[in-house]
Design a protein around this ligand. Structure first.
Ligand code: NAG
Ligand code: NAG
Length: 368
C-alpha cells in the first residue's frame, strides 16, 4: 500500500517536471578550485592535489575525508546553506544521476584548477575552468534529454552559479619562475590576460543559460602559510597580496560591465580580502589564537604541501585561521562567507520543501 502511494507520488513529481519546467528546484552549479572542491580530485587518480587522507574533513559529517580541502565546510557550502539551497555533489562522483542533478545541482570545482588552462600543471591532473564549463555543457545535454529542452532551459536559467578561481593562476603559475607565464607577462598584463579569459568564460556561461552568478574574489594569498615559509622572514609576501588586490579590483569592474551588458543577468563580484586581512593582523579580536601557521602540519618539515595522517593537529581547530598550508579553516570560512553574504546582499531561496540531506555542519564559534 505504502509502496503504491510512493510510486504514485513519484509519477506525479516526474510528470510535473515534464509538463512544467517551473516546478524544477533551484539548484547551484559551482565552478572553482580547491577552496570549493567537494571531492572531484578524489576521482582524478593522477592528481597531486588531494584531500583524501586524514585529517581532512575531521569536523564535517562523520569526520572522514570527503574531498574538501578543509577541516569542515567550504565557503560555498556555508553560503548555499544560508540561501536555503542544497549542496551540489561532485561532478566526478560515480553515483551522480540526472535525478540528483535536478535535485541538487553539480559542483565541478577541482583542486589546483585555475582560470587559465595552463595553471596548476604541477598537480598533473586538475579541471581548469574551461574544462569545468565543458563538463557543464555535457550535464546540460544529459538534462535536456531527460526533461526536454524547454524545461531544461528554465532549470538552467533559474539556477544559481558560483565561479571561484584565481589564486592558483598566481601561486601555482605566474609566481613560479619555472612557468612561461611568469616571463611572458608582467603584473598588469597578466591580470589583463586573466580578465580577458574570465570574461570569455562568463559570457559563455551566460550563453549556456547562467543568469544569477557570483564570482568570489581573492583573499590575501601572500599570507597563506606556504607563502610565508617562502619568505625568509616568515612575513606575508607583499607582491602576492598586491596581485590579489589588483585581481579583485579588475574583477569587480569586469563584473559591473558584464552585468550591464548581458541580458537578464545578475552577475556579482565579492571578496573578503579585508576581513581576512583584519584577522591576520589582529587574530584575538576575532576569536582566533593563530593566523600565520597551519593547524594541520607535518612537524618541522614545512611546507609539507598537504596535511597527512602523520601530521600534528593544533589543539583548538576553531581558533586557527589556516587549516593547512593553503586553505582556511572552517571557522575562517564562516567569516569569509558572512562577509560575502553581506556584499552580495542576496536573499534566501524559498523552495517550499524540506531542507536537503546535506551532511551535518561543523560546530562553529560564529553562527550569526
Ligand atoms: C582550453 O581548454 C579547452 C578544453 O578544456 C579548449 O577547448 C580550449 O581551446 C583551451 N583554450 C586555450 C586558449 O588553450
Ligand atoms: C530576458 O527575459 C525576457 C522576459 O522573461 C525574455 O523574453 C527574454 O528572452 C530573455 N532574454 C534572454 C537573453 O534570456
Amino acid at each position: 500500500m505504502k509502496i503504491k502511494v510512493g510510486v504514485a507520488m513519484l509519477v506525479v513529481t516526474i510528470f510535473a517536471i515534464l509538463i512544467d519546467g517551473y516546478s524544477c528546484k533551484v539548484v547551484q552549479f559551482i565552478f572553482g578550485d580547491s577552496l570549493s572542491d567537494v571531492g572531484n580530485n578524489k576521482y582524478l587518480g593522477k592528481s597531486l592535489a588531494q584531500a583524501s587522507l586524514p585529517w581532512y574533513g575531521i569536523d564535517f559529517g562523520n569526520g572522514l575525508p570527503n574531498g574538501r580541502f578543509s577541516n569542515g565546510r567550504t565557503v560555498a557550502d556555508i553560503i548555499g546553506d544560508k540561501m536555503g539551497l542544497p549542496r551540489p555533489p561532485a561532478y566526478l562522483d560515480p553515483s551522480l544521476t540526472e535525478d540528483m542533478i535536478l535535485e541538487n545541482g553539480v559542483n565541478y570545482a577541482s583542486g589546483g584548477g585555475g582560470i587559465l588552462n595552463e595553471t596548476g600543471a604541477l598537480f598533473i591532473q586538475r579541471l581548469s575552468l574551461y574544462k569545468q564549463i565543458e563538463l557543464f555543457e555535457g550535464t546540460q545535454t544529459l538534462i535536456r534529454s531527460k526533461i526536454g529542452k524547454v524545461a531544461a532551459d528554465k532549470f538552467f536559467q533559474g539556477a544559481r552559479y558560483v565561479v571561484a578561481l584565481g589564486s592558483n593562476d598566481f601561486i601555482n603559475n605566474y609566481l613560479m619562475p619555472v612557468y612561461s607565464d611568469s616571463w611572458n607577462y608582467n603584473d598588469q598584463s597578466f591580470i589583463d590576460y586573466l580578465m580577458e579569459t574570465l570574461k570569455a568564460q562568463l559570457q559563455l556561461l551566460h550563453t549556456l543559460g547562467a543568469r544569477q552568478l557570483m564570482v568570489f574574489g581573492l583573499g590575501p594569498m601572500g599570507c597563506i602559510p606556504l607563502q610565508r615559509v617562502l619568505s625568509t622572514s616568515g612575513d606575508c609576501v607583499d607582491r602576492a597580496n598586491n596581485l590579489a588586490l589588483s585581481f579583485n579590483k579588475a574583477g569587480s569592474k569586469l563584473m559591473d560591465n558584464l552585468n550591464a551588458k548581458l541580458p537578464n543577468s545578475s552577475y556579482r563580484f565579492g571578496d573578503a580580502y579585508d576581513v581576512v586581512n583584519n584577522i591576520i593582523i589582529n587574530p584575538s579580536k576575532y576569536g582566533f589564537s593563530n593566523s600565520d601557521s597551519p593547524c594541520c602540519s607535518f612537524g618541522k618539515i614545512r611546507p609539507a604541501l598537504t596535511c597527512v595522517p602523520a601530521s600534528v593537529l593544533c589543539k583548538d581547530r576553531s581558533k586557527y585561521l589556516f587549516w593547512d598550508e593553503y586553505h582556511p579553516s572552517d571557522s575562517a570560512n564562516q567569516f569569509i562567507a558572512n562577509e560575502l553574504i553581506k556584499k552580495f546582499g542576496f536573499t534566501r531561496v524559498d523552495q517550499g520543501d524540506a531542507p536537503s540531506s546535506a551532511p551535518a555542519i561543523a560546530p562553529s564559534p560564529d553562527q550569526n
